[in-house]
Design a protein around this ligand. Structure first.
Ligand code: NZQ
Ligand code: ZN
Length: 388
């Protein structure tokens, strides 16, 4: 088992009818002036926004609507300015991964003196060092952002998607009510299943380390998602299914699975570029890249692919046969959820995409990614070419 440090201070409040505890939690933190930040309006349609405003009647409340899916830098800068004008001391993110990630960025940008793009752009000595405290009310189980300290921010004018993180970006609390799943469109439900599945694979499909607990935990999430994924898309108002999806998605990226194991994350890094170029939903970019990346990195990953094939897909044969079939089973699983796995399924405008992605990685000076640092820009180009 590799050395590790595990730290996760986020308080998860899970289940039905928990929102009436919101004032109590905010009072404990000492919050007085609260910004409610949300997306394009699904929470108004579902009535969640009104419920939250009702709970916050004893606080000074300001609302900011309009954080986009793949949260936009320029929108978030407007929210930062509003926080400063209103002297906001707590931000409540109400939404999916985009709203929560957007709030992490806003929270870091409020006390930051310089241009926050420099931070995203990894300019030397430009870092967020503190953040306005924030909490979340999760409406879309997928990213795990409600229980981790990472965020992904988009700047579409530059066709760039950038990652930030740090301990100050753990939410103080997250309300996770599976009933929110009931209003999700099929497209977002399928995205949620695939994103949680892929977060697990990024931390599992590497090489054996003898970390038996972490491997079994990952397999528990994968097996649960295989079992419930298609059903929850058909019946999102089934509370048992929705609660299992929500808890799987939180666990897939709350830091537990990476304890003592190597991690890959190259599928995510390449996938982010497809969102930046074409606006393809995050989870779908993963479904496009992962099968081709596993084929390209087959020799490096075959032992874990075989274990995955046996334990999750009940495959039989030689280890090599099982490992190859496991990639096919994964892709078929994505198809069964209604998720296409080729770039050309999403855009006709894909000429030269493989060299564009390669150039992004070269430009950023990224030498190599993956659990063995074996995925260099040339390999990235080959993987993207195979995914067209
Ligand atoms: O804008 P609103 O009105 O809220 O509508 C959203 C949005 O259109 C809608 N929605 C959310 N909850 C709903 C709902 N519609 C009906 N009922 C509900 N209960 O769903 C749409 C998509 O929302 P979004 O937040 O974009 O989806 P998701 O949670 O999949 O987040 C994707 C973003 O998270 C980043 C991705 O890159 C992407 O930008 N990620 C963040 C990670 C993290 N912080 O750890 C890790 C992930 O790998 C990922 O990169
Ligand atoms: Zn993801």
């Amino acid at each position: 088992m590799l050395n590790f440090e595990y730290y996760n201070p986020t308080r998860i409040v899970f289940g039905k009818d928990q929102l009436n505890r919101l004032p109590e939690l905010l009072t404990e933190i000492g919050a007085k002036r609260i910004l409610i930040a949300y997306g394009q309006g699904s929470i108004v349609k579902s009535g969640l926004y009104q419920k939250i405003v009702y709970q916050l009647s004893d606080f000074h409340v300001v609302s900011f609507q309009g954080i986009e899916a793949n949260p936009e830098f320029t929108t978030l800068v407007k929210a930062r300015d509003l926080c400063r004008e209103e002297k906001i001391d707590f931000i409540l993110a109400v939404g999916g991964g985009s709203v929560i990630d957007g709030v992490k960025f806003i929270a870091g940008a409020v006390p930051y003196d310089g241009d926050p793009w420099d931070v995203l752009n990894k300019k030397e000595n430009c870092n967020f060092i503190e953040a306005v405290p924030f909490g979340t009310v999760l409406t879309l189980p997928a990213t795990g952002s409600e229980a981790n300290s990472g965020a992904v921010i988009n700047r579409s004018e530059f066709e760039q998607k950038r990652v930030i993180g740090g301990p100050m970006f753990f939410p103080k609390f997250s309300f996770c009510d599976p009933r929110q799943v009931a209003t999700l469109p099929k497209r977002q439900l399928a995205n949620g299943v695939v994103d949680a599945f892929m977060h697990t694979l990024e931390q599992y499909l590497t090489y054996p380390t003898g970390n038996l607990l972490q491997e079994r935990q990952a397999e528990g999430i994968l097996a649960t998602l295989v079992e419930i994924g298609p059903k929850v898309i058909e019946t999102p108002d089934n509370y048992e299914l929705a609660s299992n999806l929500m808890w799987c998605a939180t666990h897939a990226l709350n830091g537990v699975l990476r304890c003592g194991v190597p991690t890959d994350w190259a599928t995510h890094m390449i996938g982010h570029e497809l969102t930046a170029f074409y606006g393809i939903d995050h989870a779908r970019t993963l479904a496009i890249i992962a099968p081709r990346l596993y084929e390209a990195m087959f020799d490096d990953k075959k032992e874990k692919l075989a274990q995955y094939g046996k334990r999750i897909w009940n495959l039989t044969g030689t280890d090599d046969e099982i490992a190859k079939q496991a990639i096919k089973s994964t892709e078929s699983f994505f198809h069964s959820l209604g998720i296409d796995t080729r770039i050309s399924d999403y855009t006709e405008n894909h000429a030269g995409v493989e060299s564009r992605v390669r150039e992004v990685f070269e430009h950023r000076g990224w030498i190599a990614m993956g659990e063995r640092q074996a995925i260099d820009p040339a390999r990235v180009e080959a993987i993207v070419a195979a995914a067209i």
